[in-house]
Design a protein around this ligand. Structure first.
Ligand code: GLT
Ligand code: MN
Ligand code: MN
Length: 385
């Protein structure tokens, strides 16, 4: 049993909104009572989490006075310290209040864009106060149902202005904070701008301070778009832009399910863990998921423990994969075909390609042992290897 017990250095984190999720959905009311943030911190420490993340309004009501805010933050800090936890990431809620019904940074109304900036810089101050290093921006309502209402180019221009503004703010205050942009294809809006991690990566290069901005891919969101999370994360990692990650699970073609990590797409979760572990990625293993609506507090704990256990079990499977003689022999065989050697341009190299006679037909006759390789992976995951 002690094999899958988390250690602080595993860096598992959860949002207050995940274990605090009350099970409300578009067709039904809350099924679980509101749990105070301080109690949620204790619950997370009981399941072995390293850190706790939150939106400004998960902790501080939107209409709190400055005095109330300070008292809440002081009590929360105390609870985090008492539990020997950290706050590695903070984010801002720019989607729940009616003021954001048509977006925040992309709103047609300048005062709403300004209010969104004010709300965000206050959350950034709080993030810095609590020692967070990453600030996530999920554009929950940055989208539309009515394309006649906005030219998407204007929306992107406004989005860019706001992120540039926020980067300058962080630079001005010398906060050691970086931004991670989280994509989602739809929900709650019919269409969200910058719907995938790939779109975010392209957008980041158009910002004034691209070095300060990376991505926060979410398993569920990429899957909703029909994409392969493993590939999306690999691209972000390879570009040095994987600043944060939202681990959860999802069935393709559904609403944003935010399922327990590893509960649905075992092979996808396995390759994702393999990618992060093989790369020695230093970021937080953050779970952005919540318990089924059928659960009570005990179920919420089982959910959180399940996320962590599944990550640790898959991590053990990764080690097994990396040491499995049969799997490694096949990979070795594939590498022997020159898979690792770079192709570098020179005039001579191009001329040599033109002069060379390729036996296209025999190259086309070559078969690949991928059925065997994939079956070995399946058997490894099913626990019979
Ligand atoms: C919300 C959303 C998540 C985001 C959170 C950060 S809030 O729960 O569904 O995917 O990561 O804003
Ligand atoms: Mn998320
Ligand atoms: Mn989600």
């Amino acid at each position: 049993m002690s094999r899958f017990v988390p250690k602080p250095e595993d860096h598992f984190t959860f949002g207050l909104w995940t274990v605090g999720n009350r099970g409300r959905d578009p067709f039904g009311h809350e099924v679980r009572p509101a749990v105070p943030p301080v109690r949620l911190v204790q619950l997370l420490s009981e399941v072995g989490a390293y850190g706790v993340n939150f939106h400004d309004n998960d902790l501080i009501p939107i209409d709190a006075t400055p005095q109330e805010r300070d008292a809440i933050v002081a009590e929360f800090k105390q609870a985090v310290n008492d539990c020997n936890m950290r706050v590695p990431m903070v984010t801002v809620n720019l989607f729940s209040d009616p003021v954001f019904r048509d977006g925040a940074f992309t709103s047609n109304v300048r005062s709403i864009r300004e209010y969104a900036l004010r709300k965000t810089i206050e959350s950034i101050d709080l993030a810095a106060e609590l020692g967070a290093e990453i600030f996530v921006l999920w554009g929950g309502r940055e989208g539309t149902e009515v394309d006649a209402s906005k030219d998407p180019r204007d929306a992107l221009k406004r989005y860019r202005e706001c992120i540039d503004f926020l980067c300058e703010y962080v630079i001005d205050h010398q906060y050691p904070l970086k931004f991670a942009l989280e994509a989602k294809p739809n929900e709650p809006r019919g269409d969200l701008y910058l719907p995938t991690t790939g779109s975010m990566l392209a957008f980041i290069e158009t910002l004034a301070h691209p070095d300060m901005v990376g991505v926060n891919p979410e398993f569920a969101h990429e899957t909703m778009a029909g994409l392969n999370m493993y590939h999306q994360v690999a691209q972000a990692l390879e570009a040095g832009k994987l600043f944060h990650i939202d681990l959860n699970d999802q069935k393709i073609g559904r609403f944003d399910q935010d399922l327990r990590f590893g509960s649905e797409s075992l092979k996808g979760a396995f390759f994702l863990v393999k990618l992060l572990e093989d790369a020695g990625w230093q970021g937080m293993r953050h779970f952005d998921a919540h318990a089924y609506r059928t659960e009570d507090e005990e179920g919420v704990k089982a959910f959180a423990e399940g996320c962590i256990r599944n990550y640790l079990i898959l991590r053990e499977k990764v080690h097994q994969f990396n040491e499995d003689p049969e799997i490694q022999a096949i990979l070795q065989e594939l590498r022997a075909e020159g898979g690792d050697e770079p192709l570098v341009y020179s005039a001579d190299a191009a001329a040599a390609l033109k002069d060379r006679t390729f036996d296209r037909v025999s190259l086309g006759e070559k078969a690949y042992p991928y059925e065997k390789l994939d079956q070995l992976v399946v058997e490894l995951l099913l626990g019979v290897r």
